[in-house]
Every structure is written in structure tokens, then in C-alpha cells.
Design a protein around this ligand. Structure first.
Ligand code: ADE
Ligand code: ZN
Length: 328
């Protein structure tokens, strides 16, 4: 109880949250009504009962279907402002948020409405609540390389509204190097680079190696299987690589025959780990405070370790040292 209050009061930073994964069922119904979209559920409770996932693909199906209510600039404003207000209420000082433009472009929503609404919400949340934020464009790795490149080209005129690019969606048979040209182009435009290396996927260690060595990412999202490779741990530590771990999606990984909690294992290896919420609206409204409480219990984190994780998180920010210092 004391621990939960301690976690709730801690100043926080969040780096692994998909904006579309913060679309709560209540907002989905409100937007569906506003936009005249028919939903296949009678009410919020019925919709929430459909949020049952066995693996990444079954989650992603529900997650992408949920986006159909997001159509206008105002919708993206409302989505982003609601997340930032919720994060602020949990003492998040600063957030870097993902979005999936390909899914919106492919539904006919102009990229200007997507980035425009999110950017306006970020500015309002900073002015009214004091919460800082930046935006990361994710490539959907299970769509074609051409589809991702078209989205990048559509977004580059707005590159001053972005801080980086990432890689998400279904990892199976979609290695980071499939997007080598995209990452290179984004980097040339001054953007940072991160990639999901989801936990316990096919070829996870090879994907981690590609991300760390071939793409030379600036950060890794999830990445728990690195605990199975002393060689990759060494490379990550040399690079001072940050890992954005989400307890809601990271089960244990098996290291030398023993199941290990990802947060516990990374801390014990001296890796720079932060705790994040990922897709809170689909995980029983588990935002960052709930995610940290879950991680505390599962990994038996001490207060000193929680403080270290909090410092890691601020240090993970894609901000100038001066702006980082302002949050410490
Ligand atoms: N897109 C949204 N959430 C995701 C996750 N946890 N893994 C991969 N892609 C995602
Ligand atoms: Zn994610």
C-alpha cells in the first residue's frame, strides 16, 4: 500500500505508449456517435468483454479495428489530449508517444489531420497542464516496405512535429532490416530511431542483433530476450542502450532454463530499463502507474530500484541535456 502510494507520487516519464492504444472504449463510442460509425458492440461493457488476447496477432486485430472511429483532426486531438491529461494525473512530466500513420492513411484519413490533431493536443497539454511530449512515427512492419516508405514520405513535410521513427505491429518474419532504407532516410532527416523487439517472438535474438548492430537504433522497445545473450547484453551496455519495457506485454523469458522477469533481469544485468504502459486502453486501463505497480510486485522492486528506473527514464528522453535537466 505504502509502495503503491510511493509509485503513484513518483515523477515519471513514458516512452512506450501507442496513442491508438490509449483509445478507451468510452471514447470509441463517443467518436463513433460523432462520426456516424457503426460499432459491432451494444455497449462499452460488451466491447470491453471482446478485449481477450492470446498473442500479438489477436491483439493487433482488435487494436486496428478500434481505429476505425478516428477520422478527423479533432478525433486525433481528443485522443492525444485525453492520454496526456491521464498521464499528467499520474505525475508523468514528459512522454514520447507512438502513432501508426499507415493504418490511418490506408483508411483515407489525411496525414495532415493525424499529425495536426496530435500536435495541437501536445501544445494545449503543455500550456494547460505543463506536460511535455514528443511524437514517434511507427512503421507497421507487417505491411510492405513500399507502404511504409509512402507513409514516411507523406510525413516528412511534418518532420519538425516528429522526434523519431519506430517499428511496430507483427514481428513474425518482419525483421528490422526490412526497413533499413526507411531508417536511413529518417535519420538523414534528423530523426531518432527505435524498434520493437517483442518478447518471445520467432527469431527475436536475430532481430535484436539487427536492431543493435545493423540499424544501430537509438533505443529498443521491449527487448526482453536480450537476457538470453551475454554477447548482445555486452553490445547494448557498450552503447548505453535504453530498453522501454511494458509489463502488460512482457511475460518472463527463460534464461539458462530459469524463467526470469524482464525488468528484474535487466536491472540485475545493469541495463538501462524503463517501465511503460504500451496499450493501456486494451489492458484494463493499466496506465504507467499501474504498470509500475505490476512490475514492482512481479520483479520485487525496491524503492531504490524504482528511483533508478525513474532516472533511467528521464535519461532516455530524446531531448537536449538542458531540457532533460529541466525535468530532473
Ligand atoms: N502496436 C501496438 N501495440 C503493439 C505491441 N505491443 N507490439 C507491437 N505492435 C504494437
Ligand atoms: Zn509497443
Amino acid at each position: 500500500q505504502d509502495m503503491a502510494a510511493f509509485i503513484a507520487a513518483m515523477p515519471k516519464a513514458e516512452y512506450h505508449v501507442h496513442l491508438e492504444g490509449t483509445l478507451e472504449a468510452e471514447m470509441k463510442f463517443a467518436l463513433a456517435e460523432r462520426n456516424g460509425v457503426k460499432l459491432p458492440y451494444a455497449d462499452v461493457a460488451a466491447m470491453k468483454r471482446s478485449y481477450v488476447f492470446h498473442d500479438l496477432p489477436t491483439f493487433l486485430k482488435v487494436y486496428y479495428e478500434g481505429m476505425n472511429v478516428l477520422l478527423t483532426e479533432r478525433d486525433f486531438y481528443d485522443l492525444c489530449y485525453a492520454y496526456l491529461a491521464k498521464a499528467h494525473s499520474q505525475n508523468v512530466l514528459y512522454a514520447e508517444m507512438f502513432f501508426d500513420p499507415q493504418q490511418h492513411i490506408d483508411r483515407g484519413v489525411p496525414i495532415a489531420a493525424v499529425i495536426g490533431g496530435i500536435t495541437r493536443a501536445r501544445a494545449d497539454a503543455e500550456a494547460k497542464l505543463g506536460i511535455g511530449s514528443q511524437l514517434i512515427l511507427c512503421f507497421m512492419r507487417d505491411l510492405t516496405a513500399d507502404n511504409a516508405m509512402a507513409a514516411l514520405d507523406a510525413a516528412l513535410p511534418y518532420k519538425d512535429k516528429l522526434v523519431g521513427v519506430g517499428l511496430d505491429s507483427d514481428e513474425k518474419d518482419n525483421p528490422p532490416t526490412k526497413f533499413a532504407a526507411h531508417f536511413a532516410k529518417a535519420r538523414a532527416a534528423g530523426l531518432k530511431v527505435t524498434a520493437h523487439c517483442d518478447v518471445n517472438q520467432k527469431d527475436t535474438l536475430e532481430h535484436l542483433r539487427e536492431a543493435l548492430v545493423d540499424i544501430a537504433v537509438d533505443r529498443i522497445d521491449h527487448g526482453g530476450n536480450i537476457l538470453q545473450s551475454p554477447e548482445l547484453i555486452g553490445i547494448a551496455k557498450t552503447k548505453d542502450m535504453a530498453f522501454t519495457v511494458c509489463p502488460s506485454f512482457s511475460g518472463k523469458v527463460v534464461v539458462d532454463g530459469q524463467p526470469v522477469e524482464v525488468v528484474r533481469g535487466m536491472l540485475d544485468q545493469g541495463l538501462k530499463v524503463s517501465i511503460n504502459s504500451d496499450d493501456p486502453a486494451y489492458m484494463g486501463s493499466s496506465y504507467i502507474t499501474e504498470a509500475m505497480i505490476e512490475a514492482q510486485v512481479r520483479s520485487r522492486l525496491t524503492k531504490a530500484e524504482l528511483v533508478r528506473i525513474s532516472h533511467n527514464a528521464l535519461d532516455t528522453a530524446w531531448l537536449t541535456p538542458e531540457r532533460k535537466a529541466g525535468y530532473l
